[in-house]
Design a protein around this ligand. Structure first.
Ligand code: GUN
Ligand code: ZN
Length: 455
């Protein structure tokens, strides 16, 4: 047991599944599975982890150990791209991206000028993360700074690690959702002053995409990002063909979509771009060279009919771009990272390049931590890492219980969880060493009265 700990130690026991390396490169040797392990935590960090009989002998006398039966403990899931203001429009539309933005998304985002509304949705969003085992997320607010204040407040209360920012838009959007280049910069700066680097919170400069920002706004976005150490930059790229054509028309001096962002200095470590479905080889290489991350959002891509993300091309061995998984709610249709992994696996099958369950899992944990430049903090289960843990119930429904009788090994078990599991599989979520969600305790709580449809 390491020395220098101030706080009390607590521990959890169950199977452990995590990664020591990259399964895309090292195969099965990259993963670490321990059928009966103890993970010990103190001061928000993991302080010990290993076979239960070994760790038990090292624990301070009287350490409380919560044992989970038929469970797998993993690093908390990471959602690398999501729009919390779009929770109220999940599943609406049946349209392609640009029509969906106009018809469903922008009207929904106008409501966030009301801070009370923003607080309600932000609180629900944070709770849903915990219910789904998500302990870190990169999140879009709306153009309203109060939407981001509400989100950071809610995340801080529950201990969630959050990367978030106010959306920058100064053209091609309703007037009520537009700032201007200077106002966007000033509001971003003020939010950075209030939140960036406070506890587990980090600011992300958030130009929505090239089509809704003028060159002047992209220039100031880059300035704000560059002058804020540790800040992120998040946006969208090459999600639909119509969007790619539109951006080409808006920025005729640039041959390719990614060149626009490169021109304004918006690529680099801690930049995260969602989608990238319609990028060419040169653009994938540029992402890799600049260590810019892509968030692959498969449920969203299917919902909007945007296309099949070519994960195998993004990860081609000669360059290997940084890729993480995103739910992209509300175009995404599931909060569940299990469902999102399964969707990624189905897209990979349709592309003729199957994705092993272990690789899908890596994209939602250690691979995502690497993509977000947080590998030293999160994404794995090792002493010194944040004690952000998800406890998966491997038998959460009658069908899963039945199917699990026939699994040959842990990798097949993961495949079953991806194919059949959802929020019911999240037995518990630990955030910075604190129990932040306990499914079975919550089931005993009294639910709210049902509301009518359309009310
Ligand atoms: N591109 C620009 N804005 C958005 C958005 O809100 N959702 C998705 N999926 N794509 C976008
Ligand atoms: Zn998005």
């Amino acid at each position: 047991m390491p020395t220098g700990m101030a706080g009390p130690v607590n521990a959890i026991r169950g199977g452990v599944y995590a990664f020591r390396g990259n399964p895309f490169i090292e195969g099965a040797g990259a993963r670490h599975y321990e059928p009966d392990a103890i993970v010990a935590m103190a001061d928000g960090r993991i302080v010990d982890c290993g076979p239960a009989h070994e760790v038990a002998a090292r624990l301070p006398p009287g350490t409380p150990v919560t044992a989970y039966a038929d469970a797998l403990i993993g690093p908390g899931f990471i959602d690398a791209h999501v729009h919390y203001p779009q929770l109220p429009v999940i599943g609406a539309g049946g349209k392609a991206l640009l029509d969906w933005l106009t018809a469903c998304t922008f009207p929904a985002e106008e409501r966030y000028r009301d801070p009370g509304y923003a607080r309600d949705v932000a609180t629900r969003y944070v709770t849903e993360n915990l219910r789904h085992g998500i302990t870190t997320a990169a999140v879009f607010g709306t153009v309203h700074p109060q939407s981001v204040d509400a989100l950071f407040e809610a995340a801080q209360q529950r201990g969630l690690r959050l990367i978030a920012g106010k959306v920058l838009m100064d053209r091609n959007a309703p007037a009520a959702l537009c700032d201007d280049a200077q106002r966007g910069y000033d509001e971003g700066r003020a939010l950075i002053g209030r939140w960036h680097g406070r506890g587990r919170l980090a600011y992300a400069v958030t130009p929505r995409f090239a089509a809704t920002s003028t060159p002047a706004q992209l220039e100031l976005a880059a300035a704000l990002w560059r002058e804020t150490p540790g800040a992120y930059l998040q946006s969208h790229v090459a999600e639909s063909r119509a969007e790619v054509d539109w951006v080409r028309a808006l920025y005729p001096a640039h041959a390719r979509y990614l060149d626009v962002y490169a021109h304004f200095g918006l690529l680099g470590p801690r930049a995260i771009y969602a989608h990238g479905i319609h990028l060419d080889e040169g653009e994938f290489a540029l992402l890799a060279q600049t260590r810019t991350a892509l968030a692959h959002c498969p449920t969203s891509n299917s919902f909007l009919g945007s296309g099949l993300f070519p994960l195998h091309r993004a990860l081609a061995a000669h360059r290997a771009a940084l890729v993480a998984l995103g739910t992209d709610l509300g175009a995404g249709t599931s909060f569940s990272m299990l469902r999102t992994m399964q969707a990624a696996s189905e897209v990979a099958q349709l592309s003729g390049h199957p994705l092993a369950p272990a690789c899908a899992w890596w994209l939602a944990t250690r691979g995502a931590a690497r993509a977000l430049d947080l590998e030293a903090q999160i994404g794995s289960i090792e002493p010194g890492r944040d004690a952000d843990l998800v406890v998966l119930d491997l038998r959460s429904t009658p069908l899963i219980d039945f199917r699990m009788r026939y699994v040959a090994d842990i990798d097949e078990a993961l495949g079953v969880q991806m194919a059949l599991g959802d929020d019911r599989a999240i037995r518990a979520t630990w955030v910075a060493g604190r129990l932040a969600w306990d499914r079975d305790a919550a089931q005993h709580a009294v639910g709210a009265a049902p509301e009518g449809v359309g009310g």
